[in-house]
Design a protein around this ligand. Structure first.
Ligand SMILES: [Zn+2]
Length: 321
């Protein structure tokens, strides 16, 4: 449906398109344990059943998962080869909940993490920053790179301070990777103003201080106000805002480029316009006027709570930034 939207609005014609090749098992093993690879292979053969927490098997699970990994690798390669400055892999299943040994939350293999491992093998790519703006915390990606000093993980996500689960800003990395894990846990109902504030005050300075050669984006659109899964309150204007910020950072710091992989986003009517807004930002176009950009109530108290959290995150990371 998202592809049909992009086609109907002439967006696909403006882009260089390429097909995702199927990744090899060796690619997957750069990140995941043989146990997880074997589990996905066996469960795919069985064709149904649970593979992990909220992760289910289907007969084409292995094939689709390898294509999604292949799409991410190809996106990073295309950018590294200088074919394009920014690439977007529109493949599912998503990946950011898949950790070294566990499939979870509709994620089986961590597409973005595998693509990063592969691109870090290339000359000129020494450091990569991940920006994860999916509604949910990318626990898998965070775990994979938690002690890696060459990969910075920055995530804005919905967080329930009453439950106090993982994804808290006190999780900052381990050993040589201390300070490279930056969680920005905002509250349920967060609006565009707080997302943009977190981006300006934390994401941009964090990337500028880390000086990556490439930005890898976990592009999840379930933080949209009309998403049935996420509980945030942003519209496509924030996805455009993210796209243009990434473009500016890449140009200003002469990075190789950026590549994005599709994570969440479960309203089929919203996904197309949301992806379009991100792509418009990445290609230097002005903010597109889209139907979802309607006036919505912004609770001042909630904005204040988020500003307070943003300050806490800055305070936590002041020794690293
Ligand atoms: Zn999500």
């Amino acid at each position: 449906m998202a592809t049909a939207y992009l086609k109907r609005n002439g967006i696909l014609n403006e882009l260089k398109q390429t097909r995702a090749p199927r990744a090899k098992i060796e690619d997957v093993l750069t990140v995941h344990s043989p146990y997880l690879v074997d589990t996905v292979m066996i469960m795919s053969e069985l064709g149904s059943g649970g593979v992990g927490d909220a992760a289910y098997a289907s007969p084409d699970l292995l094939r689709n998962s390898l294509l999604a990994v292949g799409g991410a690798i190809e996106a990073a390669k295309t950018v590294n080869d200088g074919v394009v400055k920014h690439a977007f892999s529109m493949m599912r299943p998503p990946g950011h909940h898949a950790s070294t040994s566990n499939a979870a939350g509709l994620c089986y293999f961590n597409n973005l993490a595998i693509a990063i491992k592969r691109v870090l093998e290339k000359p000129h790519i020494k450091r990569v920053t991940i920006f994860d703006f999916d509604d949910h915390f990318g626990n898998g990606t965070s775990e994979i790179f938690y002690s890696d000093p060459n990969v910075q993980y920055v995530s804005i996500h919905e967080y329930d301070y009453e439950d106090q689960g993982i994804g808290h800003y006190e999780e900052t990395g381990w050993g040589e990777g201390k300070g490279t894990n930056i969680n920005i846990p905002l509250v349920d109902g967060t609006s565009d103003v707080s997302y943009q504030s977190a981006i300006d005050k934390i994401v941009v300075p964090a990337i500028e201080s880390f000086k990556p050669d490439m930005i890898a984006v976990s592009a999840g659109f379930d933080s949209h106000y009309a998403d049935p899964v996420g509980n945030m309150n942003i519209d496509s204007s924030t996805f455009w805002y993210i796209g243009q910020i990434i473009k500016k950072l890449v140009a200003k710091h002469k990075m190789r480029g950026s590549f994005s992989t599709l994570e969440g986003g479960y309203n089929p009517f919203v996904l197309g316009p949301a992806i379009r807004a991100l792509l418009d930002g990445l290609s230097g176009k002005s903010l597109p006027e889209l139907d979802d950009q309607v006036e919505r109530e912004v609770h001042e108290q909630l904005t204040d709570t988020n500003e307070n959290i943003i300050q806490q995150v800055l305070e936590t990371h002041k020794q690293f930034l």
